[in-house]
Structure formats: C-alpha cells, structure tokens
Design a protein around this ligand. Structure first.
Ligand code: 5GP
Length: 190
C-alpha cells in the first residue's frame, strides 16, 4: 500500500535493527485518513471471506481494526491485556509474549462476542514474531469460531511471524512489508 509506505519513510523512526517507531501516525497519534485507507485495503483483500467479526488487541490494533470492521460492516472486538472488573464471566484467554515489552500477558475476550460459527478477521498493527496473532488465532479457535484471515499494517518480514501464522493455514495479508531496518534505513520487500 503506497500511501502507507510513504508515511513510514517520511515519519517512521528506526530505533534499532529490530524496532520501528511509528508514534506519529499509528501508535500514539493516529492519522484517521490513512487509517480509513487501511480499513478499505483490508476490506478489499478479505472481501470474499464471509467475515462476521473483526478481532484485534488493545490498544494499537483498535484503530485499523475498527476501520476494517466499518468497511466490512461487521462488529469489532478487541482483546484486553489487563483484567477488567466488569469482564468476569465466560472469559476466553491466551498467553501472549510481547515483543516490545518483553513480558508475557494474558489476553482475554468475553465469549459473548465471538461465538461458534463466526468467521473472524484478525487485525494488528505490527507482525514481528507472530505471538500476538497466534494468541488471537488460539482465542478464536477456543470460541469455536473460524480464523479466516490475519491482516497486518506493518510486517517486519525479517522476523518469523509471517511464516508461523501461515503455517496455521490462515491467510496473512500485510499492507507494508519491511525487509530490513539495517543502518537506520527502512527497506521494503519488493
Ligand atoms: P509479535 O507478537 O508479532 O512478536 O509482535 C507484534 C506486536 O508487538 C504488535 O502488537 C506490536 O504492538 C508490537 N511490535 C512488534 N514489533 C514492533 C515494532 O517494530 N514497532 C512497534 N511500534 N511495535 C511493534
């Protein structure tokens, strides 16, 4: 997706060979016009999948997830990383190791919102080692629903997440694929 790649080049900050900071348009401030385009692109790529729900993880997946859900005309659910006082019964949980925080979190949804027979599109901001996406696939399966796709805004293709998710048989679509962050430069996969 060309507009996204341009934004990454103009505003992304390479923090190390492994980490890209995109706080000015995804992870802190959000660019709603770019998010709208991102939602449209996900909807186009997964339009034939009969999606009934979008599932993402708080907090940075909510922007792109909601825009995709709006385009697909289905509800969006976000998995919570912290225990909620009001979310107590019928919980579905997976343990996810966070790439950026380097710690494991329990991520949780209520079984009220993803149910047997749902066809679920999973959305996240980044794909690194695939732990967030695999955790969400696990949650969808525990709910008796079908994970039909994983949509990623920025994939770091030099890490192994893409392959791990693909190995589960779920279609993966990434809107920008980064081949390398070496020497402080972003290089995209052709
Ligand atoms: P994974 O679970 O695939 O290892 O990592 C994906 C999660 O870690 C995403 O939800 C994202 O929040 C975070 N993440 C991974 N790599 C980066 C990165 O280079 N930059 C930012 N901003 N977040 C990242």
């Amino acid at each position: 997706m060309e507009a996204l790649k341009q934004k990454i080049v103009q505003e992304g900050k390479v923090l190390s060979e492994h980490v890209l900071k995109v706080d000015s348009f995804i992870n802190h401030q959000m660019d709603p016009f770019l998010m709208k385009q991102i939602g449209e692109e996900f909807a186009t790529r997964f339009q034939d999948k009969g999606i009934t729900k979008v599932l993402t993880i708080e907090s940075s997946g909510i922007g792109p997830g909601l825009m995709a859900a709006l385009e697909l005309k289905v509800p969006m659910v976000f998995a919570r990383k912290r225990k909620s006082l009001t979310l107590k019964e019928g919980l579905i949980t997976a343990t996810v190791y966070s790439f950026t925080k380097q710690e494991s979190n329990e991520v949780t949804i209520s079984s009220n919102y993803i149910q047997e027979g749902d066809r679920v599109l999973i959305i996240d901001d980044f794909l690194a080692n695939g732990q967030a996406a695999l955790g969400l696939i696990d949650i969808v399966k525990q709910a008796g629903a079908i994970p039909v796709g994983v949509g990623i805004v920025i994939e770091k293709s030099f890490q192994n997440g893409h392959q791990l998710v693909k190995d589960t048989g779920v279609q993966v679509e990434s809107l920008a694929r980064i081949a390398s962050l070496k020497d402080g430069k972003v290089e995209f996969v052709d």
